[in-house]
Structure formats: structure tokens, C-alpha cells
Design a protein around this ligand. Structure first.
Ligand code: SF4
Length: 480
């Protein structure tokens, strides 16, 4: 293919790694910049009225890019094509393809071509073919991006030297991109992740900082993007003193596999057992097991610190009284399930659900969340609607809830500290300059409480062995 493939809509890290994966098959690839409010304005100008806000952001972003390229004299219809994910709905996602066509024509790019990767059929239309080789390379790119991003969000709030984690990510991401561009052999990716771990181990972390864990969920694009589309929510929460729990794209793929499996099972129940259905069921089950196993192999490099993929069956079960998993579209039952999961399994002090303006599935979920909140009154939950404007209002509402979450984190920590009878000074000395991959307990939410609980018995010896090393600047490796 002579054209350059354009794509976008994820996080910069995912886009870079996926670019490498596609380039490894000989394609020329560029990813679009993160959509901002200027993209939104362009989208509103050329799209139909009444669309949901990710449509405006993503369509507007593509048109803006093409306009800028055209202004430099490039024949964009000849030089570029666009690839995006599509589906048959049932929400406005099913209209993305026609909306792209309509808006591109209205903006003067009527012959601009693009490929649709159908997420529900695992197939493609257009010039880019979704071959098994391409899928495998993309999956590896997604796994690695998820893991690196997740670690960034878990560690950054505790770094002693500002930006040290981001610098380590920056150095490793270029190396990982080059490996993916060469085909992304699993053993090479594992080596690169081990180097990344070493880089992180060279940094110091202060686990005495008591911070609320805030989970960002909601509509897929709205909770994934790291830009104006959600008011830069993740980094803003971090700057407000939170540790942010981000969702993985691997989790989304896992959900698609689960729904596919359930659809085949329903087919078998209603229409009967056939050899073809059994074959399909085994294939999807096999894919799901392999997917999770390989993801865990990569997590193991970091002592399983990157979040695991929660069991889709369990998520469906806890959401069932509020939202049936066959009601698909958007995140389906997942918005409700993730909220309950955060409370029941003690995964976050607070949950923020991001609903883009005009999103039908998120509006349905918000209705069900009212009942969830009455059944789980201990939950600190807020649903916000992102429309491009209204940022001050949204952030002020989140700040109010964050205040409650900070209090909850502090109470959790203080209760634990007094029950262990460890003087606060000793805790501060022992936990203020640590390596990143300190053991963490599963029974608490906040990282300071988890670190304290998991290591409380060793605090005294740890203090004696390790602290002096840091003080004198010696490179003491103090893994417990
Ligand atoms: S889930 Fe909501 S925001 Fe996303 S495409 Fe569907 S309607 Fe639009």
C-alpha cells in the first residue's frame, strides 16, 4: 500500500506502540495528535447535529489534520487513508462510519479513503486487512502500553524527584517502539520491560504519602483520552493529590471476547448444538485464556503490580441485578460493574464515571448507578458529563468528592497505623525512600496503608539495614 495510514483516539503511548506494530508489516503509519477543543469545534462544523461528543472530537481531529496537511500543498486524498474501529451499534458508534464519510465530504475530502476494523466481527473493510499477524502484533502493543501506562499512574504520585517516572517511561517507550517496529518478538519485549523495571528501581519513592485511589471509568473514549475530551482528568486528579486507577485497553478486548462467548452460548441454547458452534466456542474460549495468560506473563516482570484483568464473569455477575450483560453498546454493563467492583473488592476510595455529552449507554448506566449507590452507601461516586465547556463546574464537583476520598484514605491509614502500634516517625523513616516494587497488601485500598500492612513486621530491621544506605548515597538494593 502506498498511502500512509492515519489513526488515533487512544493514549499517546498506545498510539506509538500500535504504530510500531503496523509499521512492522511494511505499512507507512502516522497517528493523529490527541483531539482538543479545536478538533471539537471543527467536528461540530462538519458533522450532523445530535451526535455524541467523541464523534465530534475524533472526526474533527481528522479533518483538522487533513486541512493542515493540505495547506502545505500535500494531496491528502492521494497520500493518506484513515483507519478506525467500527461496529453496528447499537449506540451512535454504529454511525461513525457514515459520519466520517459525511463530514469528510462536507470538508472537501470526498474521495478520502478509510478502513473500518469491525470490533464485533473481528474483520476489516477497506485497504488495510485485519490478518492474524496484524492482530497479534497489535495485541502485544496494547499489552505493553497498558502495563507501562498503568505503572506510570501507580508510581508517579510517590516519586521523590518530580518527573523521574515520566523520564524513565520516555526512555523505555522509544526502545519498545523500535522492537515493535521490528516485529515485536515476545522475548525482546520482555527484555525491554526488564530494562524498564531496572530504570524504575533506580528511582526513589516515598510511600508515606497518604493518597486516595481514584478510579476513572465511564464511556470508553472519554475515560481513555488524555486531553480536552475529559479535561485532562487523569493528570489533573494526580495534581490534586490522587493516585489514579486507569482502565486498560486489554480489559476492553477481554470484554469483547466475553460477550462473543456468551453470544455463542446463547445461540447454542436457543438454536441447538452444532459442530460449527462448538468450534467457535472453543476458539473464543481458547483466545480468552491465552490472552489473559500472556498478559499475566508480562505483569510478572513487575511482581504483578500492573492491575490484573478482572474476571469478566465476575463483573457480569455483580452487575446483573442492575444491568444485563446482553445490553451492549458503549461499555454495556461495565460502568455499573466497575463501580461495584471498586467498592466490593476495595479497589478505589472513589470512582469517577465520565460520560461524554450525548452518550446514550452512559446515560442508561447513570440511571442504574442511582440504585447501586443506594445499595452501596459507602461508595464515593461521581458521574460527570464532558461537553468541551463546563470544565470549571465539572472540576469543582470532582474536588468536592475528592475531599471525601482524601478523608477516607487518611482514616483507613490512621486506623491501621494505630492498630499496628508503629510510631508515626518510624513509619516515616522506613517508608519515605523506597524502591518502587515494595510488597503491597491486598486488603487495603491506599498505597501507604498497603505498604505498611505488608511490611509492618519488617519495619525495624528494614530501617536498620536500608535507611543509612540512602542517606549516604550508596546504591543499596533493599528488596525485602
Ligand atoms: S458509547 Fe456513547 S459516546 Fe461512545 S459512541 Fe456510543 S453513544 Fe457515542
Amino acid at each position: 500500500m502506498s498511502k500512509t495510514i492515519l489513526f488515533g483516539g487512544l493514549t499517546p503511548l498506545h498510539e506509538l506502540f500500535m504504530k510500531g506494530a503496523v509499521e512492522s508489516l511494511g505499512y507507512k503509519v502516522e497517528f493523529l495528535p490527541t483531539p482538543d477543543n479545536c478538533s471539537l469545534a471543527i467536528g461540530r462544523e462538519f458533522c450532523n447535529r445530535g451526535m455524541c461528543n467523541p464523534t465530534y472530537y475524533t472526526v474533527g481531529n481528522l479533518i483538522r489534520y487533513l486541512q493542515e496537511k493540505s495547506a502545505t500543498g500535500i494531496d491528502v486524498e492521494k497520500e493518506y487513508m484513515f483507519v478506525t474501529i467500527g461496529a453496528c451499534g447499537p449506540c451512535r458508534f454504529g454511525m461513525y462510519e457514515s459520519e466520517y464519510r459525511h463530514a469528510l465530504k462536507a470538508a472537501g475530502f470526498k474521495n478520502f479513503s478509510f478502513s473500518i476494523l469491525n470490533q464485533s466481527k473481528f474483520s476489516s473493510e477497506g485497504e488495510l486487512k485485519l490478518t492474524p499477524s496484524l492482530v497479534w502484533r497489535l495485541v502485544k502493543a496494547v499489552w505493553v502500553a497498558d502495563i507501562v501506562r498503568d505503572l506510570g499512574y501507580q508510581l508517579r504520585p510517590y516519586e521523590v524527584i518530580p518527573n523521574s517516572v515520566d523520564k524513565a517511561i520516555s526512555r523505555s517507550k522509544e526502545e519498545i517502539y523500535q522492537i515493535l517496529k521490528r516485529g515485536g518478538k515476545v522475548k525482546d519485549l520482555i527484555s525491554a520491560l526488564k530494562v524498564f523495571r531496572k530504570r524504575l528501581e533506580g528511582l526513589q519513592f516515598d510511600y508515606t504519602r497518604v493518597k486516595p485511589v481514584v478510579s476513572v471509568i465511564g464511556e470508553f473514549w472519554a475515560h481513555t483520552t488524555e486531553g480536552d475530551g475529559n479535561y485532562h482528568l487523569h493528570r489533573w486528579l494526580e495534581s490534586e493529590g490522587a493516585e489514579v486507577r486507569v482502565e486498560s485497553i486489554a480489559g476492553w478486548i477481554d470484554y469483547q471476547l466475553f460477550i462473543e462467548e456468551e453470544k455463542i452460548k446463547a445461540d447454542i441454547k436457543i438454536k441447538g448444538l452444532t459442530a460449527d458452534r462448538i468450534k467457535k466456542l472453543l476458539a473464543v474460549k481458547g483466545m480468552a485464556v491465552t490472552f489473559r495468560t500472556l498478559y499475566n506473563i508480562l505483569r510478572k516482570i513487575f511482581d504483578f503490580r500492573p492491575k490484573p484483568l478482572p474476571s469478566q464473569r465476575y463483573l457480569a455477575k455483580i452487575a446483573k441485578p442492575y444491568f444485563d450483560y446482553f445490553v451492549v453498546g458503549g461499555e454495556g454493563h461495565l460502568e455499573v460493574a466497575k463501580h461495584i467492583y471498586n467498592v466490593k473488592e476495595k479497589k478505589a476510595h472513589m470512582t469517577v464515571s465520565v460520560k461524554p455529552f450525548g452518550c446514550m449507554p452512559s446515560t442508561q448506566s447513570d440511571g442504574a448507578q442511582v440504585k447501586v449507590l443506594s445499595d452501596y452507601p459507602e461508595s464515593i461516586f461521581i458521574s460527570i458529563e464532558t461537553s468541551g465547556d463546563g470544565e470549571v463546574n465539572v472540576k469543582s464537583r470532582v474536588q468536592m468528592k475528592l475531599f471525601e476520598a482524601k478523608k477516607a484514605a487518611q482514616e483507613e491509614f490512621e486506623k491501621l497505623l494505630s492498630s499496628l502500634k508503629i510510631p508515626e516517625n518510624t513509619f516515616k523513616e522506613a517508608f519515605s525512600l523506597r524502591e518502587p516494587f515494595i510488597k503491597l497488601s491486598k486488603n487495603y485500598i491506599g498505597t501507604a496503608a498497603r505498604a505498611l500492612k505488608a511490611n509492618s513486621e519488617k519495619v525495624e530491621s528494614w530501617k536498620l539495614r536500608g535507611l543509612e544506605g540512602w542517606k549516604s548515597g550508596l546504591p543499596v538494593y533493599r528488596k525485602m
